[in-house]
Design a binder for this molecule. Structure first.
Ligand SMILES: Nc1ncnc2c1ncn2[C@@H]1O[C@H](COP(=O)(O)OP(=O)(O)OP(=O)(O)O)[C@@H](O)[C@H]1O
Length: 279
């Protein structure tokens, strides 16, 4: 696997190769005022190693986004702890970049200024911030679009800018909540390949939420399947497919075996979730 550093020296940034270690220790999240509040996640422990690419799968409403938001620091667990690189997560931070399904770019800023925003806010000089933006624009293949505004780009291009914007903070962890969910099938397939190429150039742990089993297997080193609410981990499956990956692996025997296993688990949990909703 070719995992070279994304030229941080040029931008004056260096990071230990071992950052991006995530530990969830018996995390429960309740929404509501007291212990009778509805539990979205229950007593969940999980360890994700530096630079791992982990996909979270599970039925709708099982707590995937809640778990991601706990790592991001947007939600504080009702009990248990989340640690990233040994530090307890208490609030959002630039070392944990987030990419949402909705592109969430600043519509009034150019593509280049959207990407430069994080480094500027972190106190970098404008010239440095723009150099970082240019570096990531090149990485995502949109150097020719630096002066455009988000509304002038396709959905896939906007999402590439969203990824570049998160990476411009040189995060140790990249959290992605169904980032390709709003894209058509062809664009989505191109984005998956593009993401793997980008990931091969940066030293970042990725936690990626999706409903799409093919997408999860294509991208991940490891797939974590969650139960119907309250979410718990019911399967933790390695994906032993070689990298770099091409769409040919969709017909590989190992791919199909993992797909059957994941689909069976998700179907069983989706049935439970459906029955819970109709009670
Ligand atoms: N802010 C909130 N207040 C109250 N309940 C919430 C809140 N956020 C999420 N929930 C509830 O927590 C549960 C888990 O939601 P979450 O969005 O994490 O699931 P999900 O697996 O990401 O769902 P989907 O796949 O449909 O996006 C759901 O029952 C949801 O209604």
């Amino acid at each position: 696997m070719n995992r070279t550093l994304a030229q941080p020296a040029k931008a004056g940034i260096s990071r230990s190769a071992q950052t991006g270690h995530i530990v969830l220790d018996r995390v429960t999240v309740r929404f509501g005022e007291d212990v009778r509040g509805r539990r979205a996640i229950f007593d969940t422990s999980l360890e994700i190693r530096p630079r791992e690419f982990v996909c979270l799968l599970g039925p709708s409403g099982c707590g995937k986004s809640t778990l991601l938001n706990c790592i991001a620091g947007y939600i504080r667990p009702s009990s248990g702890k989340v640690r990233v690189d040994g530090r307890i997560v208490e609030r959002p931070g630039p070392e944990r970049g987030m990419v949402f399904q909705q592109y969430s770019l600043f519509p009034w800023k150019t593509v280049r200024d959207n990407i430069a925003f994080g480094p500027l806010r972190a106190g970098r000089k404008r010239a440095d911030a723009l150099a970082i933006a240019d570096h990531f624009l090149e990485m995502i293949g949109l150097s020719g679009f630096s002066k455009r505004y988000p509304a002038e780009l396709s959905g896939g291009m906007q999402q590439r800018v969203g990824i570049a914007r998160a990476l411009a903070n040189y995060p140790s962890v990249l959290l992605m909540d169904e980032p390709f969910g709003a894209l058509d099938a062809q664009t989505r397939a191109m984005m998956q390949e593009s993401l793997l190429r980008i990931w091969s150039e940066v030293e970042t742990t990725v936690v990626f939420v999706t409903h799409d089993v093919d997408e999860a297997i294509f991208l991940a080193d490891r797939i974590v399947v969650m139960s119907a609410g309250p979410g718990r981990i019911i399967a933790d499956q390695d994906v032993p497919l070689l990298r770099p990956r091409s769409p040919d692996i969709l017909t590989d025997g190992t791919f199909i075996r993992i797909k059957k296993s994941c689909l069976a688990k998700i179907r069983a949990e989706s049935l439970k979730a459906f029955q819970q909703q109709n009670r």
